[in-house]
Structure formats: C-alpha cells, structure tokens
Design a protein around this ligand. Structure first.
Ligand code: TYM
Length: 335
C-alpha cells in the first residue's frame, strides 16, 4: 500500500465488443506488461462502453471473459496489477453522471469518434454514444491516474478528460489528477491490411488480424495485403507515398523490435513477395503463445472469476474514495 502511493498510476481499458485485433495489441496492450513492473496499474474490460452499440448479451459475456484471459495471456499478471470488469465497479457510472453536468454539449459534439460511430450506426444514435467520453473520463479520473496508455484514436478522448478535470478542479480545488496520454511512437495507428488509408478495425475483418486467429488465416491476410502501386516496389518507410508498405514495416518493427532502418536493409532488393510473408510469420510467432495461453486460461473459468472478483474489490476501494470526495465537493448530503 505504501508503495502504491509513491508509484505513478496507470489506467487503461479495451471494449469487449468483439475479437481483440492486432491494432489493439500493437498499439497499447503490448506495452502494458512492462508497465506493471514499475507502476501501479489498473486495466479493465470496458463493458459499459460496449453497449453504446447494440450487443448480443451472451456474446458480450463471452467476449468479456475472453478479453480478461487475453490480458493475462499477454503478460498482465493479476498479482502485479488490478484487472477488473468496468460494470463491477458502480462508481464509474456514478461519477459519470456528475461529470455529465460539467461537460458541454458543444465539446461532445466535436468528438470525431462520435461523428464516425453515428455515421456507422445511423439507426441507433443513442445518448450513450454521445456521452461516451464522459464515462471514459470518469474511468480515468476516478483512479487519479497519471498516465493513460492508448492508441492514437483515443487521444481526443484523453484530451477532453483533461479539460473536464481542469474545469472541475477550477471550481472545487484539486480533486482530480490531470492525466497524460501515453501513445507509443511505433504501432499507435495500425492500418487495415486491405485498405491502408483507414485504421485496422474489426468492422473491416478482411484487413484485420485477430489475436486468436489461426496461423494459416493470418498468413493469407498478410500475403493478400494491399501494397502500393508505385513502380519502385522496394521496402521503404514512407507513409505518404507508400502507406501499405509503411504499415507492414510498422507491424514488423513492433513484432520483432527491429528499427525501420534495419528492416529496410534486411529486405533490400527483395521485393514485396518476400516481405509480406515475412511480416505474416513474425506476427504468427508473436501471437502463438498468446493464443495458446488464452485457450488454456479459458478452460479454467474458476480462476478467471477469482481474478475479476478480486480485481473489482481492489478497484472499488480506490474508486469509492474519489467518488466520496466528489459527492462532498458538489454538495451531496452524506448518507
Ligand atoms: P477500443 O476498445 O476501441 O480500443 C482499445 C485500444 O486499442 C487502441 N486501438 C488501436 N491502436 C493502434 N492501431 C489501431 N488500429 C487501433 N485500434 C484500436 C485504442 O486506441 C485503445 O487504446 N474508449 C476506449 C476504451 C476505454 C478506455 C477508457 C481507454 C474506455 N474507458 C479509459 C482508456 C482509458 C476504446 O473504445 O478503445
């Protein structure tokens, strides 16, 4: 406990809205296991966020448990960090209501993810989709997190979280720690393999590699990946002129730890026909132990239940302290 007060605190979450993909892994998740050695870390399954888009209830339950197993399989040792399910800690939703009253309609209207998601779900532009960033701000602020490791697409949400925290602190004094986004240099915006202009996402399954996918399917996706139609056909990092190849270089760099220069030298004069399967193989080898460990963990439901129950208890302890402080500040009578 003493250490926990000195160590910086890290918090992040992923929606259990489908299958975890290579963008989720190479962007943020890959960096989390090294953080648990040094920081006081909280990682969760963002199931409350997931229902902003309609879900099948049985699938959501299964996906939430699978995501927990994947967190552990990726190296998040539950003895060294807090792993929990967002809906198990009611204080997130409670703080979210309060912060809704300190967030402006105009600022939420400017969120690019809201604009994108409402375009994609035109028949279900619900209020939750609109106030989603306020819940995300609550997730972060309720733990007094110092740093939030996410991919590039979440930067705007961490920024609005900072704005909300500063606004609240400006009225009531230093209630919330104002968090910093932590966005890795390599891998923060993995692109689709079939359409490298857009980010890799499960809504475009052709260009998306899932963590639990079979090696032969992964290889097929890499072999078919869209490269660039320039005449040069050499492996060179140039995101403007060669977005497809540059995306593959990023993926290869993240999977192998090699620098862009080393990769260019390795494939000098070899062309895309050699490069694409090499990237596929590096990804298959990176994902193989994660897939095997996830399958093993999923067979042990009692263990997973123990992890999320203990996690919720630890998380709720910290979250409730912030919530009490907030309730007092805004003037709610203590029970
Ligand atoms: P979500 O579930 O969409 O994505 C999980 C994480 O994966 C990152 N990511 C990517 N990184 C690189 N390349 C890609 N193609 C790619 N696609 C996704 C995301 O940036 C994210 O870090 N709102 C969040 C979940 C959340 C959260 C939070 C995160 C809820 N509350 C509090 C941090 C703190 C989301 O929908 O992420």
């Amino acid at each position: 406990m003493e250490n926990a007060t000195v160590k910086k605190r890290i918090l992040s979450g992923i929606q259990p809205s489908g299958r975890l993909h290579l963008g989720n892994y190479l962007g943020p998740l890959r960096h989390w296991p090294e953080m648990i050695e040094e920081f006081d870390c909280y990682f969760f399954m963002a199931d409350l966020h997931t229902i902003t888009v309609r879900q099948n209830p049985a699938d959501l339950r299964r996906q939430t448990l699978t995501l927990l197993a994947q967190y552990i399989a990726c190296g998040l040792d539950p003895e060294k960090c807090v792993l929990f399910i967002q809906s198990h800690v009611p204080a997130h939703s409670q703080l979210s209501w309060v912060l809704n009253c300190y967030t402006m309609f105009g600022e939420l209207s400017r969120m690019t993810q809201f604009k994108d998601k409402s375009a994609k779900n035109a028949d279900n532009i619900n209020a939750g989709l609109f106030t989603y960033p306020v819940l995300m701000a609550s997730d972060i602020l309720i733990y007094q997190a110092d740093m939030v490791p996410v991919g590039e697409d979440q930067r705007q949400h961490v920024e609005i979280c900072r704005d909300i925290a500063n606004r609240f602190n400006g009225i009531y004094g230093d209630v919330f720690k104002v968090p910093e986004p932590y966005i890795a240099k390599v891998g923060a915006r993995i692109k689709s393999l079939s359409a490298p202009a857009s980010k890799m996402s499960k809504s475009q399954p052709d260009g998306c590699v899932f963590l639990l996918e079979k090696p032969e399917d992964i290889m097929r996706k890499f072999k078919r990946s869209v490269t660039d139609s320039d005449t040069e056909r050499c492996v060179r990092y140039d995101p403007e002129e060669k977005p497809g190849v540059s995306n593959l270089i990023q993926i290869y760099a993240s999977a192998t730890g090699k620098t862009f220069d080393e990769i260019e030298a390795e494939f000098d004069g070899k062309g895309y026909g050699v490069f694409k399967p090499a990237v596929g193989e590096a990804v298959v080898e990176t994902l193989r132990p994660i897939r095997e460990e996830t399958e093993r963990l999923l067979a042990d439901k009692a263990y997973l239940e123990g992890v999320y129950r203990a996690g919720a208890e630890k998380a709720a302890y910290v979250a409730n302290r912030t919530l009490s402080k907030v309730y007092k500040k805004v003037g709610f009578l203590a029970r």
